[in-house]
Design a protein around this ligand. Structure first.
Ligand code: EPZ
Length: 419
C-alpha cells in the first residue's frame, strides 16, 4: 500500500491550477444514464472515484470513450441497457447510488446495491428512497439490494426533504427530468456541484429552475445531445488556500471562482491571511501569526464545508490561543484527531465539537489516513510538523485528489510517494 513521506516544516510558494470537481463529476456522469444521444463531459478530474463511476456505467452498458488525458468522456447509451448496479462496484464508492434515480426514470427498473456505511458514519439513503417513492417508484430490499421499479413513467410530485441532503437532492433532480409533469423539491441542498448538475441537464434541454432551496423540474420526454465542462473542485481550492496559511505560504490559485468558497476565504481572512480574488484566480499570503477562531461550525452550503473541516483543524493546531470546530453534518468526522494528537496537537473532543489549544510546534510522526479529506489533512499536518512524517493508506487520498503530491512538490513541499 502506497504511503507518503513528508519533510516539514514547509511553506508553499508558487502557482497551482485546480482540476475538475469530483463531487460535480459523479452526479453528472450518473445523469448521463438519462440520455440516448451522445454526451461529452469535459474537465473530469483523474481520480479513483471517477474510474469507479465509469466502470459502473460501462457495466450497465454505456459506451464510454476517454480522451488520452482522461479528462474528456464521450458517452453513448444503447437502447437496451442493464439496470443492475453490482455491490462489488457500489461498495467502492457511495456516489454510485446516484444511478438509481436515472435508471428507474429511464428504464423503469433497477437492482441497485445499497452503499455500505463509511468512516464518516452510517450514511443511510432513506431520504433518496422515500422521495423516489413519491415519484412513483416502488421497491423492496433483498440481500442488500434495492429492487426498484415504476409502472410506466415516474410522475411529478411535491416533495419536502426531511433534512438537507446533497445526494438525495441530486438523485431526485435527475429522476424528475424525465418524469411526467412537474416536480417541486423543497429543502434542497444548494451546493455549487448541484448547480453544476442543473446547468449540465439544462444544457441538454431539461427544464430545471431554482428559488432558494426549492427546485422545480418540468419533466421532458428526452434529453438532447450536449457537451459540458465540469466546474473546478472548490474543496481542493480551499485545501490549497489553507496550505498557504501554514508557515506563511504564498500561492496563486487559478481556475477557481472564488465566490463559491467565500465563506471559507472570509474565515481565513480572520486567521490573518491576505487574500485577493481577481477573475478566476485567488492570491493568498499566509499570516505570520495564525489567529485562533472560536465557533467554526460546519453547515450545509453556503456554510463552512464539512469537507474542509479536517484541513481547518490542522491550521488551528498551530494558532495562537484556543479555537473550536463543531461538525454538524456527519456523526463521526473526527477520525483525524487521534492522528493529529500523535504530532503533539492539543485537541479535546466534547460531543461533536473539537476544542483545539494551539501549540508552537508539531513534531513529525507516522500517521494513518481514514478517509479522503482526513488523509489530505494529514499531508497538511506533515507539512506543518518538524521532521519527516509518514502518511499510510493514501489510497483514500487517491480517490479524490488529482496528482496531489505532484502539485505540492511543484510549490515547494518535500513529499514523496513510496510503496
Ligand atoms: C456529499 O455526500 C459529498 N459526496 C460529501 O463529500 C459531502 O461531505 C456531503 O455531500 C456533505 O456536503 C459527494 O458529493 C459524492 P448528504 P452525501 O446526503 O450526498 C445524512 C467527499 O469527501 N443522510 O448531504 O452522502 C447523512 O448521513 C465526500 O468528497 C441521511 O440521513 O451527503 C449525513 O449525516 C464526503 N439520509 C447528512 O445527511 C439520507 O438519505 C448529509 O449527507 C442522506 C443523507
Amino acid at each position: 500500500m502506497d504511503k507518503f513521506l513528508i519533510k516539514g516544516p514547509s511553506k508553499v510558494r508558487g502557482k497551482v491550477s485546480i482540476p475538475g470537481s469530483k463531487n460535480a463529476s459523479l452526479p453528472i456522469l450518473a445523469a448521463t444514464l438519462l440520455f440516448d444521444k451522445e454526451v461529452i463531459v469535459k474537465n473530469l478530474p483523474r481520480v479513483k472515484d471517477l474510474e469507479v463511476m465509469i466502470s459502473l456505467l460501462k457495466s450497465l452498458g454505456s459506451k464510454i470513450t476517454l480522451s488520452k488525458d482522461k479528462k474528456t468522456a464521450k458517452i453513448i447509451n444503447p437502447k437496451k441497457m442493464k439496470t443492475f448496479a453490482n455491490y462489488s462496484i457500489v461498495k467502492k464508492m457511495r456516489g454510485s447510488f446516484l444511478v438509481l434515480g436515472p435508471l428507474v426514470a429511464k428504464h423503469k427498473n433497477s437492482k441497485c446495491s445499497l452503499p455500505g456505511g463509511c468512516n464518516l458514519g452510517a450514511r443511510p439513503v432513506n431520504y433518496h428512497l422515500e422521495a423516489l417513492k413519491k415519484l412513483g417508484m416502488s421497491y423492496t430490499l433483498k440481500d442488500g439490494y434495492i429492487l426498484a421499479k415504476s409502472k410506466g413513467k415516474l410522475k411529478g410530485a411535491v416533495i419536502t426533504f426531511p433534512k438537507v441532503s446533497v445526494g438525495a437532492t441530486e438523485n431526485l433532480i435527475i429522476a424528475a427530468c424525465l418524469a411526467k409533469s412537474k416536480t417541486t423539491l423543497h429543502r434542497c441542498a444548494i451546493e455549487p456541484e448541484i448547480k453544476d448538475l442543473t446547468n449540465f441537464l439544462n444544457s441538454a434541454g431539461a427544464k430545471i429552475k431554482w428559488s432558494g432551496r426549492t427546485c422545480i423540474i418540468e419533466g421532458v420526454n428526452s434529453l438532447k445531445q450536449t457537451e459540458y465542462s465540469i466546474m473546478s473542485d472548490r474543496i481542493m481550492a480551499g485545501t490549497f488556500c489553507i496550505a498557504a496559511c501554514i508557515n506563511q505560504g504564498d500561492l496563486e490559485i487559478e481556475n477557481i471562482n472564488s465566490k463559491i468558497i467565500n465563506t471559507e476565504l472570509n474565515l481565513l481572512r480572520r486567521v490573518g491571511a491576505r487574500i485577493r480574488c481577481i477573475e478566476n484566480k485567488i492570491y493568498i499570503k499566509g499570516p505570520k501569526k495564525i489567529k485562533s477562531i472560536k465557533n467554526i461550525k460546519t453547515k450545509e452550503y453556503p456554510g463552512v464545508a464539512t469537507d474542509l473541516q479536517s484541513q481547518l483543524m490542522v491550521l488551528m493546531c498551530k494558532a495562537h490561543g484556543k479555537s473550536n470546530i463543531t461538525e454538524n453534518i456527519f456523526e463521526n468526522r473526527f477520525m483525524h484527531v487521534a492522528e493529529l494528537r500523535r504530532l503533539g496537537a492539543k485537541i479535546n473532543i466534547q460531543k461533536n465539537t473539537a476544542i483545539i489549544q494551539g501549540v508552537k510546534k508539531l513534531v513529525a510522526a507516522p500517521l494513518m489516513s481514514s478517509d479522503l479529506r482526513a488523509s489530505i489533512s494529514l499531508v497538511l499536518a506533515g507539512m506543518s510538523a518538524e521532521g519527516e512524517s509518514r502518511v499510510d493508506r493514501i489510497y483514500h487520498l487517491d480517490r479524490g485528489a488529482e496528482n496531489f503530491e505532484k502539485q505540492l512538490k511543484k510549490i515547494g513541499v518535500n513529499i514523496k510517494r513510496v510503496k
